[in-house]
Design a protein around this ligand. Structure first.
Ligand SMILES: [Zn+2]
Length: 409
């Protein structure tokens, strides 16, 4: 078998295209495979598919292909142009690459697999021996392709959430598909306009299929849901994840205030105890549990706040909304009679939204685990965000890793 024939098979080159030459450059460690088409071949206009004779050729171009025999392998060809009566002179579409790409489809497909496996641009590009920009372009194009292919599928259970970017100075708003654990829409900011923009990114017909929407208790998201989703007030669920986050923040405020007061009296009992009060008691190490237990003997305000927080967990252990609401009323009365201002404030907030908290009983499809799962996935993308350079890239990376898109070329 001649090397031209061999490469024809390796590269999957089909008629009218054929390999005309294989050039091995030992110094550069590079193989250049030249490809040409048979004389007299007709090509389609890229816009209207009309079959036309070859008008002329572009100057020869190269596409990076998968390495062969550990040599960097380049495909080289001059692309024919056709003169369409309707669309003018156009470059035809070659079967081995997408328009404007410097890589073959097989190379891009492999790069996408590597980007997924290594989870970073840096990791993939080291193996591929490509530049940062070129590698990023492959990822970006994959996302564009995936979004163009996206179909309007039903979204019965969604979540809307915000994420900070770069130390909390910037925010993005996201819509999740809770059934498939995917990110469906992203916009910049975290106000009502950002939420509206997110809803507008859903595909036609999807809004009407929403049965339940999980979110925090911020008025921005509540109002945006009301103006975008029919009968939103009956579909909103402020799930445990968000409610407990607020309560945790209130406990931490109590701890900070108390720590400040104690330290001014020379007492540093509470210094360095933040995580003890924030974590779920059962998830603490035994030594940490003992340390926390010891703190309670000091009759601290923080201990009281913490106890109320732990008590509130039972809110999610009821079968009916009515029972859950009764439990909440009991908890609310207890908290409101304390002097724990941050806890009282959060109790009032929950009270105004209680119907949409206890609605978890009605919507079994809304699972806390999913929102938390997507959250930690996005969090890990954010940790690598230094490699993504800016917010636009961060959004693209989220769609690449969490969009559930069909990314292959
Ligand atoms: Zn045409």
């Amino acid at each position: 078998m001649q090397d031209t024939e061999l490469y024809q098979q390796i590269l999957g080159i089909e008629t009218p295209w054929e390999v005309s030459n294989v050039d091995l450059n030992m110094e550069l460690g590079e193989i250049v495979v030249s490809v040409r088409h048979a004389q007299g071949t007709k090509f389609c206009c890229p816009q209207c598919d009309q079959k036309l004779s070859c008008y002329d050729h572009s100057p020869s171009r190269r596409w990076r292909h998968l390495d062969s025999c550990q040599f960097k392998t380049m495909l080289e060809a001059s692309i024919p142009r056709v003169d369409c009566p309707e669309h003018g002179v156009k470059l035809v579409q070659v079967p081995w690459s997408s328009p404007n790409s410097r890589f073959t489809l097989m190379f891009e497909a492999f790069a996408i697999r590597l980007l997924k496996a290594t989870q970073t641009i840096e990791g993939a590009r080291t193996i591929l021996r490509t530049g940062w920009e070129a590698t990023w372009t492959i990822l970006e194009r994959a996302v564009e392709r995936g979004q163009a292919r996206k179909q309007s599928s039903p979204l019965p259970h969604i979540g809307i959430d915000e994420k900070s970017f770069k130390k909390g100075q910037n925010y993005i708003t996201l819509i999740y598909d809770l059934d498939n654990s995917t990110v469906e829409a992203i916009s910049e900011g975290h106000n009502k306009e950002a939420a509206n923009e997110c809803f507008s990114q859903l595909l036609p017909g999807q809004i009407e299929t929403v049965e339940a929407i999980a979110m925090d208790m911020s008025s921005a998201f509540v109002n945006a849901a009301k103006s975008n989703i029919p009968l939103a007030e009956t579909k909103i669920v402020h799930d445990r994840f968000y409610v407990m986050k607020l309560v945790n923040e209130a406990v931490d405020k109590v701890r900070k205030q108390e720590n400040k007061r104690l330290r001014s009296e020379g007492d540093d009992t509470l210094t360095g105890t933040r995580y003890l009060f924030l974590k779920n008691y059962d998830n603490l190490k035994e030594s940490s549990q003992q340390r926390l237990d010891a703190l309670f003997s000091f009759k601290l305000e923080t201990g009281k706040a913490w106890t109320y927080k732990e008590m509130l967990r039972d809110l999610w252990h009821h079968d009916t909304a009515k029972e859950a609401k009764e439990f909440f009323r009991w908890w609310y009365r207890k908290v409101i009679h304390t002097r724990l201002e941050p806890m009282k404030k959060v109790a009032r907030t929950i009270k105004t939204r209680i119907d949409n908290v206890v609605s978890y009983c009605t919507f079994s499809g809304i699972s806390n685990g999913v929102a938390e799962g997507i959250n930690s996935k996005i969090q890990s993308i954010k940790r690598r965000v230094g490699g993504y350079r800016n917010r636009q890239n961060y959004k693209t990376a989220i769609f690449f890793y969490c969009g559930g898109l069909d990314l292959d070329p």
